[in-house]
Write a protein that binds this ligand. Structure first.
Ligand SMILES: NC(=O)C1=CN([C@@H]2O[C@H](COP(=O)(O)OP(=O)(O)OC[C@H]3O[C@@H](n4cnc5c(N)ncnc54)[C@H](OP(=O)(O)O)[C@@H]3O)[C@@H](O)[C@H]2O)C=CC1
Ligand SMILES: CC(C)(CO)C(=O)C(=O)O
Length: 287
């Protein structure tokens, strides 16, 4: 299958390397220097080289599947180009948070949504390290794309060391990941620590628990189940630095609006823990 991966950051490079074993993968990037180095060196994932082609996103070609690995904060500028792509080419969106759901309604192509529980660290423009085993969960955006998501795309991209699991219920898949990220990401970004510290530091663990409980109240999720899931992901990715740590380090806008900001927007009750951590991250962003 010809697969185009949009955005060669941590997740884009990881997904490209894994899929390149069985598919013809092209990474679409926005900087020429990154395009050149990936074409010259391939992608290095844990010291192994994977041959992947790279092109500029402006020169997007027809592919059988597009996997969008941009951050939430990059999506607005990319949507126009994506909307002009071939009307039948499925697009799989792999963002954390929930802001993309409203934005991609404007696309006429078949849309699939995924969540990624791997921990991946970007080392350079062509090198990544897999720092935590996880899975990709995949669901259909609409009833009409269910068969495509379940019977065609999931089984084709699923691999022994790259599990892709179809989920029938899109919103519960997204809500679970939203709670996980609204706990792990801002805590680790504030303290610039690995995900494991959220559990090994008793004070951070208490904050994590309180954030989990508040998130579950808003989304009507079972808090015992979700607290187990938060701990499970923090353990499996314990040596990874979350994607928000990287944004704070680089002075980039974070995805906080799509995570804790999203919860604050939809909640009709006070969420003191989410409100505080939201403002702490916003303060860090402009420091
Ligand atoms: N890192 C992780 O462990 C995990 C991340 N996620 C989620 O996956 C998503 C991607 O995160 P992550 O890979 O960490 O993010 P990164 O910041 O590492 O990567 C995003 C990439 O998108 C590129 N980009 C931005 N705009 C464009 C454009 N118009 N055309 C082409 N490329 C573009 C950036 O390019 P440039 O380099 O030029 O800035 C960057 O390389 C996020 O929603 C994140 O929350 C989910 C699970 C785990
Ligand atoms: C799964 C986890 C927590 C991995 O670090 C992640 O989603 C992220 O970093 O954004």
């Amino acid at each position: 299958m010809k697969i185009g991966v949009i955005g060669a950051g941590a997740i884009g490079m990881f997904v490209s390397a894994k899929l390149s074993k069985s598919h013809d993968v092209t990474c679409y990037v926005r900087r020429d220097e990154q395009r050149l180095i990936i074409n010259d060196e391939g992608i290095r994932l844990n010291d192994q080289t994977y041959r992947v082609a790279s092109k500029l996103f402006d020169n997007l070609k027809n592919e059988d599947l597009l996997i969008i690995c941009l951050k939430q904060t990059h999506l607005d500028s990319a949507l126009k180009k994506l909307s002009e792509n071939h009307p039948d080419t499925p697009m799989l969106f792999l963002q954390n948070g929930l802001s993309h759901i409203d934005k991609i309604k404007s696309l006429s192509q078949p849309i699939l949504i995924g969540t990624c529980e791997h921990g991946v660290l970007r080392v350079s423009d062509y090198e990544v390290r897999h720092k935590g085993e996880g899975r990709i969960y995949l669901s259909a955006f609409e009833e009409t794309t269910k068969e495509l998501a379940k019977e065609r795309i999931s089984p084709i991209i699923d691999g022994d060391d790259f599990p892709v699991i179809f989920k029938d219920d899109l919103m519960s898949m997204l809500y679970e990941k939203l709670v996980i990220n609204s706990v792990i990401n801002p805590i680790t970004a504030l303290f610039q620590v690995e995900n494991g510290k959220v559990l090994s530091n008793s004070h951070l663990k208490e904050i994590a628990y309180n954030l989990t409980v508040e998130g579950c109240e808003v989304l009507n999720l079972d808090e015992n189940h979700m607290w187990k899931r938060v701990q499970q992901v923090a353990e499996h990715t314990s040596s990874n630095f979350s994607s928000m740590v990287y944004d704070i380090q680089k002075g980039n806008e974070t995805e906080i609006e799509s995570m804790n900001g999203y919860l604050l927007n939809i909640s009709d009750q006070e969420l003191p823990n989410h409100e505080l951590i939201y403002h702490l991250i916003k303060a860090k962003e402009i420091m």
